[in-house]
Design a protein around this ligand. Sequence first.
Ligand SMILES: Cc1ncc(COP(=O)(O)O)c(C=O)c1O
Length: 382
Amino acid sequence: METLGTETAFEVLAKAKALEKQGKDVVHLEIGEPDFDTPKNIKEAAVKALNAGYTHYGPSAGIPELRETIAQYVSKTRGIKADSDEVVVTPGAKPIMFFSILALVNPGEEVLYPNPGFPIYESVVNLVGAKPIPIPLKEENDFRLDPEYVKEKITKKTKMIILNSPENPTGGVLTRDDLKAIADCIADRDDVFVLSDEIYSRIIYEGTHESIASLPGMKEKTILLDGFSKTYAMTGWRLGYGVMRKDLAQKVAQLQTNSNSCTCTFTQMAGIEALKGSQAEPERMDAEFKKRREVIVSGLNNIEGVTCKKPRGAFYVFPNIAGTGMDCRKLGDHLLYNAGVAVLPGTSFGKYGEGYLRLSFANSVENIKKALERISKAVKKR
Ligand SMILES: Cc1ncc(COP(=O)(O)O)c(C=O)c1O
């Protein structure tokens, strides 16, 4: 257990809540979840499912109708041919990380992962006794990974490469050429898998989402992770999935049998409505995120010592705070305790996050403006 990491976002949230309990006003820009409510048609589908008796155990891999709907959705959005027996439905997308690493990675093997990146990758790789090999994401490269660096780091022990595009926390988006170059690195290696975290695939501001699974020969090597949390504002419902080759899907479903048994059945029925029903609400949310992105990026660039690139996807900004002369943890604490703004230090996402903060813009324009004013004053006052 000593090797298990965590997500600092939940710790900062706890500190912020403690301040609020003392009567302090805090603007929350630390947690990565849409502030919107789940669309009504999806909620109604869940109520209908409850009343129709979807209150029992279901198959470990997911309800067949949802697996089929996901297979069709993924086939259409990624331009691949996915079958329903290649889909495993899980409570949130996170278990796909946990299960696929547990299923595939042996002690002593190596896993390449983006850094700064979602902290759970490194945590689970450590837990299984494997070696996490960070791939630094650099601002000068728009926070896209460098395929040449990936190539250099691949060894006989490499078992998995983790990709995340659009990326949390940087908003970086991998291009088709990036993905081709990565696929080339493992073209002759059938023993290396790619865990492709595409949870933000629908929240993209420039260009289109590309999946490595759609490249020749890559579908069989890819575990595609996606879910409902971000696109449909369904974080609390816990509904996600993985698409992977059938033999692996069977093993991942078996891990589910050994842990959760199955995913909540009435939420799965609501998932069918999410994918098949009107997409007007997620589109409205995306348009709103786009507006907020403009506000937060230009606001941050007006603050002394801070520069901020426009994220190409997801709902986070990753401003460079080197000019403030403070390290990211100190600045994060300063903003929380002296300005009432909760943000995350870049190092919550790994050592290459030093010199940055992560702010979520899944909050109203009004709150974002309030936070920007407070940050500006607090940075000046130090
Ligand atoms: C990159 C990334 N992958 C996966 C997840 C987990 O999604 P879920 O809530 O569906 O488990 C998150 C949530 O923050 C994320 O940022």
